[in-house]
Ligand binder design. Structure first.
Ligand SMILES: [Zn+2]
Length: 74
């Protein structure tokens, strides 16, 4: 199953989830956490550029070693 980024057509590797009450945004690995609720799939590029709303906390729970990072195409 391939999930596409919500902002572009690139295959997503990250799931963005959030909690309004806690004002927290999480980035998790799509393959590790397929059942993450209220998620928006994102590619690495868009996930890396994501900035949370003012007053919110961004928590990156992805694995820092990107074994399957896509190759940049110029
Ligand atoms: Zn994208």
């Amino acid at each position: 199953m391939t999930t596409s980024c919500v902002r572009c057509s690139t295959p997503a590797s990250t799931m963005m989830t959030f909690d309004y009450e806690a004002k927290t945004v999480w980035l998790v690995e799509l393959k590790r956490d397929p059942a993450a609720p209220h998620g928006y799939p994102m590619c690495v590029d868009h996930a890396d550029r994501l900035s949370p709303p003012l007053g919110w906390t961004l928590t990156d729970r992805r694995n820092v070693t990107r074994l399957f990072a896509p190759v940049e195409v110029a």
